[in-house]
Design a protein around this ligand. Structure first.
Ligand SMILES: *Cc1c(COP(=O)(O)O)cnc(C)c1O
Length: 395
């Protein structure tokens, strides 16, 4: 397509992937149907031999609403194709299981979301896949771990919850040097500020539960990558194992994508402003937002993207007790374990999302007893700052 004919990214979020039914509706239709009717026995036979681009067989394989969503979001992220999954973890598990086999070696960053750690360390190990974990912020560690026998590299571009930043171009170059695929979990970076494709990642996973839904309602996920892989091994695995997204979720996601940039840019600005307001507060250590100067990797984070998600972290001095007093004194910010909601949310990872990990591993990952992960919502930022300052007083 010519540069002129190409949609800008924001227009892609509103119109990308749209297909109209014979009624010519303005708003995308939700097709709540499990199956599809064939005019003749012969056409049913034909479709089972080869499914055409706008043809469907069964909603576990694909559905028009799901297809619109896949095309819109994967196109926005710069990938050829995508498969919509029932949750972010269905996407993580689906991508790994469809790409790996016994005897393969995976190199992964150590700072990962708890469930991703479980899939890598507990499930893949049971099927004879070797997993080597490295400190993702250390380029030399990647260089040493990625060897000729590496099949796949898995990482979170920005880690949950500790906001470690990975030099993605470097890791992609090293991986491609030995013919390994790079699979990026981009939940924290957000689709708006994703740089996975630009830095050379082969595949990218988005937990659409986070910023795409953005209003705490739906679970969903998307695996994006080259058409050959997505419509090949990924689709084959997903359609036969039942992890597809439900059409109603795909429809709410299509509507949510229309406002994605407005929401995420506002929330990211809020997160930066909060980091600025809290950095240096006498009751806090280590205020971190990747592109803010207080983050040790802010130069790398700023080189990779204009902003870095909608979450910041800080460490409340005085450990768990002080931290719980702070959390319990919040008036507007909610205590919960999700992030990327329109409502601001504070999480205590050490006792919730990462409770399962032994203390030693928590220490290694930087999940301290005072660590708070703060997801910045769509409220007036000054109200959120005020809520935090009064709760810090209450300690
Ligand atoms: C939330 C999250 C997931 C899992 O997504 P679900 O939609 O909750 O299944 C995976 N990876 C990361 C980094 C996440 O933050």
């Amino acid at each position: 397509m010519s540069e002129q004919g190409k949609k800008s990214r924001r227009t892609q979020l509103v119109h990308g992937g749209s297909k109209r039914s014979q009624w010519n509706e303005v708003s995308e239709a939700v097709f709540l149907t499990q199956g599809f009717v064939y005019d003749t026995a012969e056409s049913a036979e034909e479709r089972f031999i080869k499914v055409g681009d706008d043809e469907f067989i069964y909603a576990r394989y694909g559905n028009p609403t799901m297809r619109m969503f896949e095309d819109r979001l994967s196109g926005y992220l710069g990938f050829e194709d995508g498969f919509a999954c029932a949750s972010g973890m269905a996407a993580v598990n689906g991508a790994l299981m469809s790409l790996l086999k016994a005897g393969d070696k995976v190199v992964a960053s150590r700072a990962l979301f708890g469930s991703c750690l479980y899939v890598l360390e507990d499930i893949l190990a049971r099927f004879g896949v070797t997993v080597v974990m490295v400190d993702g912020t250390d380029n030399a560690a990647w260089d040493a771990a990625i060897t000729e026998d590496t099949t796949l590299v898995f990482l979170e571009s920005i880690s949950n919850p500790t906001l470690e930043v990975i030099d993605l171009k470097h890791v992609c170059n090293v991986a491609h040097g030995v013919g390994a695929l790079v699979l990026v979990d981009d939940a924290m970076a957000t689709p708006v500020f994703s740089y996975a494709k630009d830095c050379g990642a082969d595949l990218c996973i988005i937990s659409t539960t986070k910023h795409v839904d953005g209003q705490g309602r739906m679970l969903g996920g998307l695996i994006c990558g080259p058409k050959e892989i997505i419509r090949g091994s990924v689709e084959a695995y997903m359609k036969h194992t039942g992890g597809a997204m439900n059409p109603f979720t795909a429809w709410t996601h299509l509507k949510a994508l229309e406002t994605l940039e407005l929401r995420v840019r506002t929330q990211a600005k809020g997160a930066f402003k909060l980091a600025e307001a809290l950095d240096g507060h006498p009751k806090l250590n280590a205020v971190r937002y990747p592109t803010h100067k207080a983050h040790p990797q802010h130069a790398l984070a700023s080189a990779q993207s204009e902003a870095a998600g909608t979450v910041l972290t800080f460490d409340v001095k005085g450990g768990k007790d002080a931290c719980f007093r702070f959390l319990n004194a919040l008036n507007i910010i909610l205590i919960s374990n999700n992030f990327a909601d329109a409502k601001s949310i504070a999480t205590h990872p050490a006792t919730t999302t990462h409770q399962r990990l032994p203390d030693e591993q928590k220490g290694m990952l930087g999940i301290t007893p005072g660590l708070v992960r703060l997801s910045v919502g769509l409220e007036e930022t000054d109200d959120i700052i005020g809520d935090i300052l009064q709760a810090l007083e209450a300690i």
